[in-house]
Structure formats: structure tokens, C-alpha cells
Design a binder for this molecule. Structure first.
Ligand code: FE2
Ligand code: FE2
Length: 181
């Protein structure tokens, strides 16, 4: 499997969670705190620590070495969007804490940031799947692709931990049943 195919599979899981976030964003006062915290945890651990780290620390570093521009180019744009996403998630997390303390107005802060986050990340994933990943596959030699796949696996074991992926897949499925069906 190509490294970008692995990342596209992760995109599918993230896109499902974005639909869940969209569904819950306007009614967080009706939803238990644990579920809302699990969503933030999913974004931070699965989407950011696990997925974005593979792009930022491995794939995009190699892509830049092979001629795809970073600053002012597609890679730089993706990195900026990862950071924008982190900003929205931070605001969502803060809003949840305020809601937990009884600040009803913070529900609006959650909703606004959640919807912006969903919009940003859906478009971001579209750009990676349709533009940047195909570009990377044209530039990176086959041998290097294999090395990158191995480094992805190693990173997952060492930095994220085995079984973590499975846990988050299960969480998304559980939430889909709860909020989307
Ligand atoms: Fe990305
Ligand atoms: Fe991605």
C-alpha cells in the first residue's frame, strides 16, 4: 500500500468524525460531557498526533526534498491549515470547559468553531486527496515510498502505540450509530 493510500484511509475515518461533529455542534447541551471530550480527544490524538504527524514529520519532508514547494506552495498551505485546525480545536475545548462551568453562552463558541473546523478539514482533505497526494506520488520514487510506509508503521508503534487506531475506529463507529443514524 502506498503511504498516501494509508493516509486516505485515515481521511475516511476523520471525515466520518467530521459528520458527527457537525451533527452535535448545535446541541452540545443535550450531549454528555464524556462524548464531547472523546471527540476532542479523537481530533487531537487520531487526526493530529497520528495523521497530521505522518504528513508533517515524514511525507511532506520527503516531498519537499523531491521538489514540491513548501513555503508559498501546496505543502506550506497544508501546514498552515493544520495550524488553523489546532486553533479551532483549542477554542472548542475551551468552550466545552466553560459550558461545564455553567456558561451557557459558550455553546455558541463551540458551535461556531466546530463548524469552521469541519469546513476547513473537509476542504483540506479534499485538496490532499485530489491534488497534493497525486502530485507526491508522481514525484517520489517507488523505493522511497516503501521506506516511508515502514516509517509510518514505526511511528505508529513508537509514538502512538499499538491498538490505538483500533480504539479510534471503534469510537467513530459508535458515534455514527448514536448521532447519524
Ligand atoms: Fe493534512
Ligand atoms: Fe491529511
Amino acid at each position: 500500500m502506498l503511504p498516501t493510500e494509508k493516509l486516505e484511509q485515515e481521511h475516511d475515518v476523520i471525515l466520518k468524525m467530521l459528520k458527527v461533529i457537525q451533527a452535535v455542534s448545535g446541541k452540545i447541551e443535550e450531549i454528555d460531557q464524556k462524548t464531547l471530550k472523546d471527540i476532542i480527544d479523537f481530533i487531537r490524538t487520531f487526526a493530529d498526533h497520528c495523521h497530521h504527524a505522518k504528513e508533517e514529520k515524514i511525507l511532506y519532508v520527503e516531498a519537499e526534498k523531491h521538489g514540491i514547494p513548501n513555503e508559498g506552495g501546496p505543502i506550506g498551505m497544508m501546514l498552515v491549515e493544520h495550524d488553523q485546525g489546532r486553533g479551532y480545536v483549542k477554542m472548542m475545548d475551551e468552550a466545552l470547559q466553560k459550558v461545564g462551568k455553567g456558561d451557557k453562552k459558550a455553546a455558541k463558541q463551540y458551535k461556531e468553531n466546530a463548524l469552521q473546523f469541519v469546513d476547513l478539514l473537509e476542504q483540506h482533505i479534499g485538496k490532499e486527496n485530489q491534488i497534493l497526494y497525486p502530485m507526491i506520488n508522481m514525484h517520489l520514487p517507488e523505493k522511497l515510498q516503501k521506506v516511508i510506509s515502514d516509517r509510518f508503521e514505526k511511528m505508529e508503534k513508537e509514538e502512538v502505540g499499538e491498538g490505538v487506531h483500533h480504539k479510534y475506529h471503534a469510537l467513530v463507529e459508535e458515534m455514527e450509530v448514536k448521532f447519524l443514524k
